[in-house]
Design a binder for this molecule. Structure first.
Ligand SMILES: Cc1cc2nc3c(=O)[nH]c(=O)nc-3n(C[C@H](O)[C@H](O)[C@H](O)COP(=O)(O)O)c2cc1C
Ligand code: SF4
Length: 461
């Protein structure tokens, strides 16, 4: 199996990066062929965004580069706030240089005015690694005139949502704006709302729209390798619709939670075994959540290929390949409650049906989990699931809808048991898998989660 993003030993200096034979070669190739041809190579490679949506990267770059604009910006999303994922931090620890080279290539390809890398201020180790690597690039003279702005942002999940990320860069709280970054970019002065509209009208591109490219850190880490070795080399791995490799995180009820690089198309069952060392002896996988944004995957679908089309084929989504595994002792009502609580707390409330609906769904799930629920609670949840996405500015509300409905659909008998027995039949407590650190087969989770309140303050108790 070919892997190239996660080296066996971390690359900790520019000299080590150059010694790999790849370091600097991608940027050289891009400069030799020019911005348009660079975008063509990325398009031909079939690279898709690793931030969760899987959008074709070349098409995204071409969309930004093709707009007539006085300013264009590049933003790298390394906020990594979704439960079950640690891959961007693992990549920064393993080789920050490939990412910075990818960032420089992307900035060159779209002719960006400025480049911003956003990660959480609490990722202190990664902020330090990144800062040093940027300095190393400047000292090495590979890119003397590139300025990389590192933005250390808040812990909120929404910081990773691209429209909220632009707000944070502009010094505001992580509340998603209306229009996407390619329409209303960084520092855009064009009107956003219809009622603010001047002569240009809402959402229309103007000289001040500043189209902005937002790409995930893993997406950009692939770029220098593709430019140095070619689109065909990249397509020799993975599947035709999902070429390349993916950095998977496997946590939950597994023997050794970890991060690992696998070819796209590898069966989910093998990813759980290879990366997370499988479930404990005598146990079986009951369910896998790919983050909190997608429908649950049940044991019947463990042979699903880990690819965009593979997960779409079973009505789910691969997300950012952060897999939370539950074995046959886990309670699915508790899992739905845990993830719904996360989403409702992290909802910003700009769209009332999202904040109120996810909050109400969480309350009813908690009642069911505690054995206090009846069919009435299920009905209330069903009612809110239909409305929670009304008028939504961002995808978080859809995540709540997809995730909770899928658990209700896949495990109706577990809800019925809670109602009939007036208690949880599988009462083992499990952590909220929001990862603070992950090394040597051991995951550290964010214990402050249960104290976080819907207004984003923390219960001191
Ligand atoms: C609530 C929410 C949180 C998100 N968090 C992240 C994140 O932490 N990292 C990330 O790369 N993308 C995240 N995304 C997706 C980004 O909005 C965006 O699609 C992505 O950064 C685009 O990069 P890509 O095309 O390289 O995948 C999130 C989306 C939503 C709706
Ligand atoms: S959908 Fe939810 S999280 Fe997204 S902007 Fe609206 S209220 Fe905020």
């Amino acid at each position: 199996m070919t892997t190239f993003l996660l080296p066996e030993r971390p690359i900790t200096s520019m000299d080590e990066y150059l010694a790999t034979g790849i370091g600097g070669e991608g940027f050289k190739a891009a400069q030799a062929m020019g911005p348009a041809a660079t975008i063509d190579v990325i398009t031909e490679s079939g690279l898709r965004g690793r931030g969760g949506g899987g959008f074709p990267t070349g098409r995204k770059w071409a969309g930004i580069a093709g707009q007539e604009a006085a300013q264009r910006y590049l933003v790298c999303n390394a906020a990594e706030g979704e439960p079950g994922t640690f891959k961007d931090r693992a990549l920064l620890r393993a080789n920050p240089y490939q990412f910075i080279e990818g960032l420089i290539i992307a900035a060159y390809a779209i002719q960006a005015t400025g480049a911003y890398v956003c990660l959480k201020a609490s990722f202190e180790r990664e902020v330090e690694i990144l800062t040093r690597a940027v300095q190393d690039f400047q000292v090495a003279g590979i890119c003397t005139d590139c300025t990389v702005n590192i933005v250390a942002g808040p812990d909120e999940y929404l910081f990773g949502e691209e429209k909220a990320m632009l707000e944070v860069i502009e010094g505001k709280p992580p509340l998603p704006r209306w229009f996407p970054p390619y329409e209303h970019g960084l520092f855009a002065a064009a009107p956003q709302e219809g009622w603010e509209a001047g002569p240009h009208g809402a959402g229309r591109r103007t000289d001040e729209s500043n189209p902005t490219l937002v790409n995930n850190l893993e997406t950009l880490s692939n770029v220098p390798h593709i430019l140095a070795r070619g689109a065909d080399w990249f397509r020799s791995m993975g599947t035709p619709e999902s070429p390349g490799t993916i950095i998977a995180t496997v946590v939950g009820d597994v023997v050794a939670p970890d991060v690992g690089e696998v070819e796209l198309g590898t069966p989910l069952r093998d990813v759980i075994d290879v990366v997370g060392s499988g479930v404990a002896p005598g146990r079986e996988v009951k369910a896998v959540f790919s983050g909190v944004a997608n429908p649950v995957v049940t044991a019947a679908d463990l042979d699903t290929p880990v690819s965009y089309e593979g997960f779409a084929g079973i009505g789910s989504g691969m997300g950012s390949a952060g897999f939370i595994v539950y074995d046959d002792t886990a309670c699915m009502v508790a899992a739905a409650y845990r993830f719904s609580r996360f989403l409702s707390i992290e909802s910003c409330g700009q769209c009332p049906p999202c904040k109120m609906g996810s909050g109400e769904i969480t309350t009813q799930l908690e009642r069911l989990e505690n054995g206090e629920g009846t069919d009435r609670e299920i009905e209330v949840i069903g009612g809110w699931l239909e409305r929670v996405t009304d008028g939504n500015r961002c995808f978080l509300a859809v995540e709540e809808q997809r995730m909770v409905s899928s658990v209700l659909r896949a495990f109706p008998e577990e809800f019925a048991e809670h109602i009939e027995q007036h208690r949880c039949p599988r009462p083992a407590a499990r952590p909220m898998p929001k990862i603070v650190d992950l090394a040597d087969g051991h995951a550290v989770y964010d214990e402050t989660f249960w104290r976080k309140r819907p207004d984003w303050t923390y219960d001191p108790a």
